[in-house]
Design a protein around this ligand. Structure first.
Ligand code: NAD
Length: 358
């Protein structure tokens, strides 16, 4: 069976690392057909839209995508196309495994954690009102009429949404993942001591869902304590499930623990489709130089293989990546002990080495 996959190269280092991953996936012998589509600034220039309907339709039809990172302007300009894509396709689960690869320099050894991040709700719903606008003042007036705590009239306002349905499906996803992957413990991460209604709901639902999975242990941690515990005793944790913003931050933290964003893969999974992409962004300073580390993108490809049921191919890719990194010769500069770019492999050279090691 040939798998048709929507391929979105993205921008910055995206096209280089997606090409590396595409070549590795092809080299596994699993038959792929690639449906090349654009999104982000590249699509804006070529098609006049940041997220063309044709790109979304392609993912809806193929049900599977491989995507490079896309740039989002900070504090101004358009909202994240990455976030929009997850919303449009209902990709509610963001799966971010963080496992130590021997040979990658990192402060921690033997890290093996899985961050399951809710991908659609929380403060990522994109409902914000800018300081001084009529809408912001109107909303603040309404809130102040109902709340004992008063908000200054010139505040910017953003909403955080947590629902029973959204919490239930992400916690179930975490437990199902744990069950299917031989994991023993699910930890719900929250700030329910302060955000009693939003995070309180998330925690209450997590506790209810946990009762349906007596074979998997369950506990919960407040987000700040979780960060400290991850620094002190990461081996006591296994699968971590949490609302969107905490998941974004904790997954970068876990990436740092395993040696950085260059080696951290991810997948966005919904009921109908899934899009795999690394955690890292478009790293503009490395773009077009054939020096970006393709590992995170290649390992995102391995997650894609697992998702479509090609376990053996996924294991071969992961083993090949581990061999190349362990060998330390054909790796990008960021994976070298001396970080000497002149002796390092480029993005394509490292992909070639992974293909040779399959
Ligand atoms: P970034 O991940 O692009 O870069 C952070 C640091 O990691 C930089 O020092 C970068 O050089 C390094 N890095 C990242 N990936 C690397 C790789 N493969 N090889 C070598 N070094 C790598 O994060 P940022 O600088 O905060 O964001 C840059 C842009 O990417 C922003 O516009 C941001 O919005 C966007 N972004 C996109 C996504 C996505 O598409 N899913 C995710 C995160 C950030």
């Amino acid at each position: 069976m040939t798998y048709t996959v929507t391929l979105i190269p993205g921008d910055g280092i995206g096209p280089e690392v997606t090409e590396a991953a595409r070549r590795v996936l092809e080299a596994t012998g699993v038959p792929f057909q690639w449906d090349l589509r654009q999104a982000g600034v590249v699509a804006l220039e070529s098609e006049g839209e940041l997220l063309p309907a044709a790109t979304l339709d392609s993912i809806r039809t193929n049900r599977i995508g491989l995507k490079g990172p896309m740039t989002t302007p900070i504090g101004k300009g358009f909202r994240s196309v990455n976030v929009a894509l997850r919303h449009e396709l209902g990709l509610y689960a963001n799966l971010r495994p963080g496992r130590t690869i021997q040979g990658v320099q990192s402060v921690f050894d033997h890290v093996d954690l899985v961050v399951v991040r809710e991908n659609i709700e929380d403060s990522y719903i994109g409902v914000e009102f800018d300081t001084g606008t009529e809408d912001a003042r109107h909303l603040i007036g309404e809130i102040n009429a109902r709340s004992a705590k008063k908000i200054p009239m010139d505040a910017s306002i953003g909403l955080k949404q947590i629902t029973d349905e959204g919490s239930r499906r992400i916690v179930k996803f975490a437990f199902e993942y744990a069950r299917q992957n031989g994991r023993k413990l699910v930890t719900a991460v929250h700030k329910a001591n302060i955000m009693k209604f939003t995070d309180g709901l998330f925690l209450r639902v997590a506790q209810e869902v946990a009762e349906e999975y007596p074979d998997i242990q369950f506990n919960d941690r407040i987000i700040d304590n979780m960060c400290m515990q991850l620094m002190q005793k990461p081996s006591q944790y296994d699968v971590l499930v949490m609302p969107n913003l905490y998941g974004d931050i904790v997954s970068d933290l876990v990436s740092g623990m395993i040696g950085g964003l260059g080696v951290a893969p991810g997948g966005n999974i919904g009921p109908d489709s899934a899009v795999f992409e690394p955690i890292h962004g478009s790293a503009p300073s490395h773009a077009g130089k054939n020096e970006a580390n393709p590992t995170a993108m290649i390992l995102s490809g391995a997650l894609l293989l697992r998702h479509i049921g090609e376990q053996a191919a996924a294991e071969r890719v992961e083993a090949a990546v581990a061999r190349v990194i362990g060998d330390g010769q054909q790796v990008t500069y960021d994976l070298r002990q001396d970080r000497d770019a002149s002796k390092a492999a480029g993005t394509t050279g490292m992909a070639d080495a992974v293909i040779a090691a399959l």
